[in-house]
Design a protein around this ligand. Structure first.
Ligand SMILES: [Zn+2]
Ligand SMILES: [Zn+2]
Length: 363
């Protein structure tokens, strides 16, 4: 198999031939159709996410076809079309038992599979799996990380459901449970933020205020369902939102790891409003909370990991929504790339040129 490999932060990715071990007990091999280019991986590449074992194959968003199953696997068979979930779940811990598999308490060691070893090697040396290592042409995963889907679903677009759609739409419908008519503001209109906007649209929120520094991204946000746009370069964001919607925001969603952004998202809330923080932030980012707002206004701060997703339930439902014409996926894809262009895809992401870039493999 081939994969872009990161040897050290700030070094370019090198596309290499790697050896991939067969799946062990409870594992499967997936031949990738497409991989979404994600900000979390960019954080690893630029060194802002620390403690990642290297060399590593990145990629946390993908879909493909099962090409091998390990001993004891009965849930899927070779040939199944699957969306990859980046959150392995044991199914037996307290969080799994309570319907929160994204918070499973038995996580594998960083960079490895559950048994503390890797399946990827380069010239005999270990190569680590960042998340589900979805940028390669093939990857080995625990079976809890694959969700079978209908075969009439285009696999390249299905990849997006595995991270950005699940995270953004899930934050609205699972974590925050936004009711129809609630006032929503979305801070940051990249791949995750656009999915928060479309989650808010699916939930029937009104207004849906989109905030970004890029007029291009704000235009895309309007197409995804934003009713009001705020250009963050034009002065204080909280007061711009107050002018648009004087009664305040019921649910603000933060997809950008900047303190001033988080402060604005907290500051624009109506009484009893909730601020939802989602997406993986760079190491060291802080936010400040005035505790008197908790007492005086009953404001709430919510964290959302992976959109509080239950992949086996949510992924097929999101596929059905797409095939029913209700979920926008093609519109998320700014550009498609070959695997050799992985470095360029991350440059474009860092430069703010992409909603989502897709690395497309030949399956
Ligand atoms: Zn991701
Ligand atoms: Zn668990």
């Amino acid at each position: 198999m081939r994969a872009p490999v990161l040897f050290r932060p700030k070094e370019p990715l090198r596309v290499l031939e790697l050896e991939l071990d067969p799946p062990k007990a409870g594992e499967v091999t997936v031949r990738l159709a497409a991989s979404g280019v994600c900000h979390t991986c960019l954080h690893v590449m630029d060194g802002s996410l620390q403690g990642i074992r290297m060399p590593t194959v990145l990629g946390d968003e993908g879909a493909g076809i099962i090409s091998a199953v390990g001993p004891g696997v009965t849930d899927v068979v070779v040939g199944d079309h699957v969306i990859i979930s980046w959150a392995p779940a044991c199914g037996r811990c307290r969080q799994c038992a309570n319907g929160r598999p994204a918070l499973c308490e038995s996580r594998p060691p960083q960079g490895m599979l559950g048994d503390g070893t890797v399946r990827l090697h380069h010239e005999g040396a270990d190569v680590y799996h960042f998340s589900v290592a979805a940028y390669g042409t093939e990857t080995v995963l625990p079976v809890s990380c694959v969700v079978p889907i209908r075969k009439d679903m285009p696999l390249d677009l299905a990849a997006l459901i595995g991270c950005s759609v699940a995270t953004g739409v899930g934050a609205v419908v699972n974590t925050a449970r936004v009711p129809a008519g609630a006032a929503v503001a979305v801070f940051g209109c990249g791949g995750i933020g656009l999915n928060v906007v479309q989650g808010a649209r699916l939930a029937g929120a009104n207004p849906i205020v989109a905030v970004d520094v890029s007029p291009t991204k704000l235009d895309v946000a309007r197409a995804f369902g934003a009713t009001h746009l705020v250009d963050a370069t034009r002065g204080d964001v909280a007061s711009q939102i107050e002018r648009l919607w004087p009664t305040g925001i019921d649910f603000s969603f933060v997809t950008i790891g900047r303190q001033d952004t988080m402060d604005a998202a907290w500051g624009c809330l109506a009484p009893a409003g909730s601020c939802v923080v989602l997406g993986r932030m760079a190491s060291g980012v802080q936010m400040t909370i005035d505790p008197n707002r908790l007492y005086g206004f009953e404001n709430r701060l919510l964290g959302s990991r992976y959109g509080s997703v239950r992949p086996l339930d949510d992924f097929p439902r999101l596929v059905d929504l797409y095939l029913a014409g209700r979920l926008m996926l093609e519109e998320l894809v700014t550009r498609r790339y070959a695997i050799e262009e992985a470095q360029e895809a991350h440059r474009a992401l860092a430069a703010g040129e992409l909603a989502r870039g897709l690395i497309v493999h030949a399956v």
